[in-house]
Design a protein. Structure first.
Ligand code: MG
Length: 265
C-alpha cells in the first residue's frame, strides 16, 4: 500500500499510488484519511484517470497532532556534532506548523546564518498508542513510512538550551512525497540526502542506535501517540549548510525523493 495526499479538482484528496510501467501513478481516490482507518485496505475508493505522481500537486501526506523527533540516533552524526551517543532516546518536537509539502520552498529565517538539512526516515502512527507492554510488538501501531527533512537552524540550536526555535520555523519540516508500508527499517532502509544533485548523506536505518520499537515505546511512555502522528527517526552523518538557491533532496528507499528548494526569507 502506498498513498499520497494531493489537490485534485479543487479539493484535498488522498490517492492510492501504484507502480505502473516503472512509474508511480495515482490510480484511485481514497474516500477517507488512511490514518483514521489504520491503512487503506478498508477505505472505499473510486477510479480516476491515472495521474503520474510527479504531475500531481502533492500536499503533506500526514496531518499529525505532533511531530516527535529523535536527536543523535546515528553514531556518525553524534560524532560529527562532537556529542556523546545518548543513553536513551533524546526526543524533541517540531510543530505541525513547520510542515512543508513536496516541492515547497524552505525559507531560511533572517535570524539564522547557518541552516542545515537532516534527511530522515519518517514514521506515521496508525493506531492510538500509549504505554506499551515491554514485549509488545510496535508494528501494528505503524501505518507507514515517509521521507522527512528535519531542517535546522544550527547556530540557534547551539545557542539555545531547547531546540524549539532552531527546529520549529515554518517550512522546516518537509515531508513526502508519499507514505508506504512496504518497508522494513529493522532490516535496513537507505536514507540519502543530495544538495544540488551532490550526495551528502548516505545512511541506513539498520545503523539506528535506537530502533523504531525503542523510540515508539519510549515516546509512548510519555505521551499518547495518535493516528497520523509523525516520528522523525534521526539523521545519519553528513549534515551540512545550505544557502538560498540550493535544492535539497531526501531519498528514502521505497518511498521516493522529497525535493525542496531553499530561499532566504
Ligand atoms: Mg534530526
Amino acid at each position: 500500500m502506498k498513498y499520497c495526499r494531493f489537490e485534485f479538482e479543487g479539493r484535498e484528496q488522498y490517492g492510492l499510488v501504484e507502480s505502473v510501467a516503472g512509474r508511480e501513478v495515482i490510480t484511485r481516490l481514497l474516500l477517507a484519511a488512511p490514518e483514521e482507518h489504520g491503512g487503506v485496505a478498508d477505505i472505499p475508493s473510486k477510479t480516476m484517470t491515472a495521474l503520474p505522481l510527479g504531475e500531481a500537486k502533492l500536499l503533506v501526506p500526514v496531518r499529525p497532532s505532533k511531530i516527535v523527533c529523535v536527536g543523535r540516533n546515528y553514531r556518525g552524526h553524534a560524532a560529527e556534532m562532537n556529542q556523546e551517543v545518548p543513553k536513551q532516546p533524546l526526543i524533541f518536537f517540531k510543530p505541525p506548523s513547520s510542515l512543508l509539502a513536496q516541492g515547497g520552498t524552505i525559507l531560511r529565517p533572517r535570524s539564522s546564518q547557518r541552516t542545515h538539512y537532516e534527511g530522515e526516515l519518517g514514521v506515521v502512527i496508525g493506531k492510538r498508542c500509549r504505554k506499551l507492554a515491554v514485549d509488545e510488538d510496535v508494528r501494528p501501531y505503524i501505518l507507514g513510512y515517509t521521507a522527512l527533512n528535519d531542517f535546522s537552524a544550527r547556530d540557534l540550536q547551539d545557542v539555545d538550551g531547547q531546540w524549539a526555535r532552531a527546529k520549529g520555523f515554518d517550512t522546516f519540516c518537509p515531508v513526502g512525497p508519499l507514505v508506504t508500508e512496504q518497508l522494513d527499517p529493522w532490516a535496513g532502509v537507505g536514507v540519502q540526502t543530495r544538495v544540488n544533485g551532490e550526495l551528502r548523506q548516505d545512511g541506513n536505518t539498520r545503523d539506528l542506535i535506537f530502533p523504531l520499537d525503542a523510540i515508539i515505546r519510549f515516546a509512548a511512555e510519555v505521551m499518547t501517540l495518535l493516528p497520523g502522528d509523525l516520528i522523525a527517526t534521526g539523521t545519519p552523518q553528513g549534515v551540512g549548510a545550505v544557502v538560498s538557491g540550493d535544492v535539497v533532496e531526501v531519498t528514502v528507499e521505497g518511498v521516493g525523493t522529497l525535493r525542496n528548494p531553499v530561499l532566504d526569507e
